[in-house]
Design a protein around this ligand. Structure first.
Ligand SMILES: Cc1cc2nc3c(=O)[nH]c(=O)nc-3n(C[C@H](O)[C@H](O)[C@H](O)COP(=O)(O)OP(=O)(O)OC[C@H]3O[C@@H](n4cnc5c(N)ncnc54)[C@H](O)[C@@H]3O)c2cc1C
Length: 319
């Protein structure tokens, strides 16, 4: 592969400014998603430093390429046809530092490593999220929520790289966050670093809370098969959790190809056996259409559908 690569889908991408270890072509996304599903990304970039991340973003901009920022891949369903354009993975940007009770974390650090580091320093406030897979950048972008708390409850600041390649610090403004909503979703920015405001806490109590959260997730079957966690958002207006609604509609355990609506939870869709993205999509469609027909409610996916989907394939989501 030459550094100036003529690719069937992305055209001429000049990666000559990037170290060769950072660049991969036709990378199977199934290797980078918790669903273990997804076709190839035309160009897959894995920067290891701030400078490399900036160079990736500048290359994408210079070549006018579409791109997707990938955290842990735990809240996405990637098309079987893959992703046309560029994926920039934050996986190697994972440094964690402390200043007093403020923890500053690069976006690609895993939620697990952040919670472990906080616990080691006897700092509490983030233990509620222990056991949730993914990165802290993805959690901030999604405003991840577990056991009644959201990441915005402890977020102090985020440093983002804007579309003009400036690093800007954004202070937490609670009014900009909502249920699974963050201001980052409206920006075309890359979260580079996140600062969390924690408080001194007893280390053994933190460890106990973390272990209890993890045990609860294990008991609920979160890790029994590849998935992306809850498929649909909950909505108070529905009067019941989405999992319960899907259950009441008689869809729990329903199978399509290698995918299934988990027999143990109506809102967790699983890759049971070599499922394709199309298998999962057909179950999403079944749930959406059945909920509309029987209850007149519109289920909204929390999991993001990424990559090369045809507009008609997704039309059922916005009828
Ligand atoms: C078993 C299981 C249990 C789960 N439980 C929960 C739960 O309890 N609560 C909950 O809220 N979620 C849960 N999830 C879903 C998921 O783990 C979270 O949404 C998580 O925060 C996603 O992080 P990620 O790094 O994997 O993001 P990804 O899936 O990689 O990306 C999600 C979105 O964030 C964007 N993004 C990621 N990093 C950046 C960045 N640095 N800059 C800009 N944008 C970025 C991506 O572009 C994408 O749009 C669960 C998933 C699984 C598999």
């Amino acid at each position: 592969m030459t550094r100036m690569q003529q690719h069937k889908c992305i055209g001429l991408a000049d990666c000559s400014e990037l170290p060769s270890e950072v660049v991969c072509y036709d990378e199977p996304m199934a290797k980078h998603t918790s669903f273990k599903i997804g076709g190839p990304a035309d160009l897959f970039l894995e920067p290891r430093t701030y400078e490399e991340l900036l160079a990736c973003l500048q290359m994408v901009h210079k070549n006018d390429l579409p791109y997707f920022l990938l955290g842990g891949g735990t809240n996405i369903l990637v098309s079987d046809r893959g992703i046309r354009g560029v994926v920039i993975s934050t996986r190697c940007l994972d440094k964690i530092s402390f200043t007093g009770d403020v923890l500053t974390v690069q976006a690609g650090a895993t939620v697990e490593s952040v919670c472990e580091a906080a616990e080691k320093h006897s700092l509490g406030g983030i233990e509620f999220i222990y056991g949730m897979p993914g990165t802290i950048g993805g959690a901030a972008w999604m405003n991840a929520r577990c056991y009644g708390s959201s990441i915005s409850d402890v977020l102090r600041q985020a440093a983002v790289i804007t579309s003009s390649f400036q690093c800007e610090t954004i202070d937490n403004d609670p009014e900009l966050f909502g249920y699974k909503q963050s201001p980052f979703q409206k920006m075309k920015s890359c979260i580079w670093e996140v600062s969390l405001q924690l408080q001194e806490a007893d280390r053994s109590s933190l460890r106990k809370a973390m272990e209890e959260n993890l045990a609860d997730r294990m008991e609920k079957g979160h890790f029994t098969a590849p998935s992306a966690g809850s498929l649909f958002k909950n909505n108070r207006d529905f009067g019941a959790p989405t999992g319960q609604i899907i259950d009441e509609l008689g869809l729990r355990g329903r199978v399509a190809g290698g995918a299934a609506i988990a027999p143990f939870h109506g809102n967790i869709f699983i890759n049971q056996e070599n499922a394709t993205a199309d298998d999962v999509l057909s179950l999403i469609r079944l749930a959406v259409e059945t909920a509309w027909k029987n209850r007149h409610i519109r289920l909204e996916p929390e999991v993001r559908l990424i990559g090369d989907w045809a507009v008609e394939e997704l039309a059922f989501l916005n009828p």
